[in-house]
Design a protein. Structure first.
Lengths: 318, 318
DNA sequence: TTGAAAGCGCTAACAA
DNA sequence: TTGTTAGCGCTTTCAA
């Protein structure tokens, strides 16, 4: 900038003003400076500007990644959340700084705000990041982190919707498939159990480690071989549900006549599955957008509140 | 840092050294300084450090996003590419700065390197970013951008593999389903056509706008109603292929006896589909990791070359 | 409409 | 082992 100033025969500050479209500079001067900048391939030093302005136009998105084991955050669906976040922030002139918890990468600290996703949104993580004293929004179940602004989908309601559907179909031996160690699944199961409990029904719970179709397939196969009786399955994810359906069909059970199946997420394949899968739909993209809008509000000093996204049961064939 | 120095009774630089684990500082001094920093909730100003060190420990990932229409980059599979990138960069102590082309967000300019993804990797985009003079790696088909380091999967080989399979099955009326405006699909079609051409067979090409199962379903339904004859379908994506299979089955055609179908991508559902879908597998995750490793190499001044990831045909039931 | 001075918070180079 | 000096490149006062 000093060089440009010398070449243009003006002062540094005039160059700065010209390049940032300040009204404090003469039209002609501005054009001349800009032309010179272009010719010389000048590129603004963003770090210097950030230092001076005390902001980076950046929001850190922090996801969990245990080194090897659980890469849940990199599964396709949570990533769509990131798509929503990015879309919203980008159009507001912010960039997303993507980091994983525990990384030594420093850039996240320079951000103007922070979004916590995935397992990273646990209590301990929240406290850890609290010390950074920056606007923070958390994805997950509100109430767990009363002190923080939370956006999440209504997993409890989704579980209840599945239960109500089974009740309407007069199913009395429902089964829950999934790992309630994940807070989302715990909520889904809670909503499911509560709604059933009000009619004196208690679901069986089959704890599964993975979310994959194979896990669902194997689990149901084992149940069938052990002659466990059930007439309805509520799966913690669509992939699990699809695996379950495959196992049922292979074993000669009719879906939904013998066993009704409801999944969770409404992935694009759910509608194309044969038979088309009934499932609880949640809009990840929108969740991402909402998270982004909340941090932006906080960054600009406006108030913001926790919010829960609706989950709706989509009844298809199963 | 000046405050900490005063409190600890040392100089600023000693604080700096203590906090950055420099060997130039006495063990005791270091501990004392760190303790004081902790007590006072000190947080390093990363912008200042970036300015001073002339680096940001950041890699910009630039994706395409036409405002409303084509959000292809936010589809699940390209996002996995991002997962791979992020994983690799994070473990090297870098953060990912996610921006879309055309965004006014400044943070990307401060990055130490750049990865261009999606439609953004077209010629014009590449030239636009060339002016930033930073290490750059592009996702796509090598050869298109000779001048730049490119990582991509071998779409041409994938198309050829599908063709070879059909030839081995003695199919003589193959059909290609997909939109060759996308460079990847163009390559897949090229490989497919070339391999067939060597046996005197020319595939029919059905250009489809979308990648969705519905698009595949509708397209095949129309073909069947027009009594177009074909005995093999190579679809540009698994979702398309699944839609096609559904249409075939509904119309009473047997898969693969009457019509063999091969998809592309090997999405997790492909193996669970009924019937399990044959498809060309490409490893997005690994592609992302490779992209990341190449930029890191460039950033550290090491040489790097373009590279093509293998695509392999996975033969299942269709 | 332009400019001079000051300083954002950090670390490399050099000196003690 | 510690400290002094200087300066990274920018923009906000304040003055002309």
């Amino acid at each position: 900038m000093a060089d440009l100033a010398r070449i243009a025969g003006v002062s540094k500050i005039t160059v700065s003003r010209a390049l940032s479209d300040s009204p404090l500079v003469n039209e002609k001067t501005r054009e001349r400076v800009r032309e010179i900048a272009r010719q010389h391939g000048y590129k603004l030093n963003v770090s210097a500007r950030n230092l001076r302005l005390r902001r980076s136009q950046t929001v850190a998105v922090i996801v969990e990644m245990k080194p090897s084991a659980d890469r849940a955050m990199w599964h396709p669906y949570p990533l769509i959340l990131l798509g929503g976040i990015s879309q919203e922030l980008t159009s507001a002139g912010y960039s997303v700084v993507l980091t994983t918890r525990g990384s030594k990468a420093p850039a996240a600290q320079a951000a103007d705000g922070m979004i916590l996703l995935g397992q990273g949104a646990r209590e301990d993580a929240v406290h850890q990041f609290d010390r950074w004293h920056m606007p923070m929004v958390v994805w997950g179940a509100p109430g767990e982190n009363e002190a923080h602004i939370t956006v999440g989908s209504d997993n409890r309601r989704g579980g209840a919707a599945a239960a109500e559907r089974f009740l309407a179909m007069r199913r009395h031996r429902p089964l829950f498939l999934g790992n309630p160690d994940y807070p989302e699944l715990r909520e889904r199961l809670a909503g499911f159990s509560d709604a059933l409990g009000r009619h004196g029904i208690e679901p069986q719970v089959l704890v599964l480690g993975a979310f994959s179709p194979d896990a669902g397939y194997e689990a149901v196969r084992k149940l069938l071989s052990k002659r466990v009786r059930f007439d309805a399955i509520f799966a913690g994810s669509d992939l699990l549900a699809m695996g379950a359906v495959r196992a049922l069909i292979e074993a000669g059970r009719r879906v939904p006549e013998d066993v009704s199946v409801i999944g969770y997420d409404d992935v694009p394949m759910a509608a194309q599955f044969i038979p088309p899968l009934s499932t609880v739909s949640q809009n990840w993209q929108e969740g991402g957008e909402l998270l982004a809008r909340k941090v932006l509000a906080l960054i600009e000093g406006q108030p913001a509140q926790s919010e829960m996204l609706p989950s709706t049961l989509v009844v298809r064939a199963t």
